[in-house]
Design a protein around this ligand. Structure first.
Ligand SMILES: Cc1cc2nc3c(=O)[nH]c(=O)nc-3n(C[C@H](O)[C@H](O)[C@H](O)COP(=O)(O)O)c2cc1C
Length: 318
């Protein structure tokens, strides 16, 4: 099985998938204004029943809008046959690799034994992988949390992962129960890297250059880093990691925002959808403007696009 061509020492950066934020519009506009990632994971695509996948289900990964060498579509599901149908549709679009989501912490998902809801069931994961790995047309990587409720779930999973020719394991060292806050478990992450025979990608809470430097010295064997909320809270993050003296110009954030707003306005129907999408971005982007909480609250409370535009204008002209 072909694997990603990784130089051994160079750091590699991956854009984390954030459903509702990092769709193809975000991915393309981000890379145009800021920096290019080595790889970009898409928000998850759910497996579907049947033997074909409707093209509208694959809208975000339409290859006209994505670089199929660097974009890695992500699948969520727990049925091997359905997984294979979706993976084949993704291969047909020209992608080079696919990722399995074993991390999503949302109760409606985990209750169905999907995402991190599968983590307490290593035998089930093993039986899915046995079937999937026999005929998957693309290399497979896994994005995983350390457990659902128990941070030690991962230790029963690593031997399972080690027994299959997976491409890499992306670890977000929290449990599903922690959702997106609370302490990252550095000790367990380190143990995972000691026991995992596949390349490991670190993911979690890198928001500043200092965070990256700390994690790099803490985990000296890791050279693959996935950045998520930090990229939206601090869009210049990747540039400052690549060049420590880099100083970002806030005008670029304005242009980036405006282009995302225009693109969403042209593809989404109705003000509520457009505002919903933009507010999701502002939840994180607002950290670049933490000295202006008053305007941010107004942006998040806007009920029409004209109100939204007025408050955004005020924020950027401060
Ligand atoms: C709004 C939101 C949506 C997310 N959607 C996905 C997703 O579709 N697939 C996935 O694997 N992780 C998803 N995640 C998790 C992130 O990819 C990442 O693992 C997590 O935010 C921790 O990394 P960070 O601290 O760098 O953001 C999501 C996180 C957030 C906050």
């Amino acid at each position: 099985m072909e694997s990603l061509r990784h130089e051994s020492r160079k750091n590699l950066f991956y854009l984390a998938p954030l459903r509702g934020v990092t769709d193809h519009i975000f991915r393309n506009i981000y890379e145009r204004y800021f920096a290019k990632f080595d790889y970009l994971l898409t928000p998850f695509i759910t497996t579907v029943r049947g033997t074909t996948v409707n093209p509208s289900h694959l809208r975000d990964i339409n290859t006209d809008k994505n670089d199929s060498d660097r974009v890695i579509p992500q699948i969520i599901g727990n049925n091997a046959d359905e997984f294979l149908v979706l993976a084949s549709a993704i291969a047909d679009l020209g992608y080079k690799s696919v990722n399995w989501n074993l991390g999503c912490p949302f109760p409606p998902v985990t209750r169905k034994k999907r995402g991190s809801g599968l983590l307490p069931y290593p035998e089930l994961i093993e039986s899915i992988l046995e079937k999937v790995m026999k005929s998957i047309p693309l290399p497979l990587s896994i994005k995983v949390r350390i457990g659902l409720d128990d941070e030690k779930d991962i230790f029963k999973l690593i031997p399972v992962f080690n027994s299959f020719p997976l491409q890499e394991i992306i670890i977000h060292p929290r449990t599903g129960a922690q959702m997106y806050s609370g302490e990252i478990n550095q000790v367990i992450f380190q143990e995972c890297t000691n026991h995992c025979s596949h390349p490991v990608v670190y993911n979690g809470d890198i928001v500043t250059l200092k965070d990256f430097q700390e994690k790099s010295s803490q985990f000296p064997t890791i050279n693959r880093w996935m950045l998520g909320r930090g990229i939206i809270k601090n869009p210049f993050l990747l540039q400052s990691i690549n060049n420590r003296d880099f100083k970002g110009d806030p005008v670029v954030i304005r242009k980036f925002h405006d282009e995302i707003y225009q693109a969403n306005s042209s593809v989404l129907c109705g003000q509520a959808h457009i505002l919903g999408r933009m507010k999701e971005l502002w939840i994180y982007l607002s950290e670049s403007f933490s000295e202006n909480p008053k305007f941010l609250k107004k942006i998040l409370r806007s009920t029409s696009t004209s109100e939204y535009e007025k408050h955004v204008e005020k924020l950027f002209s401060q």
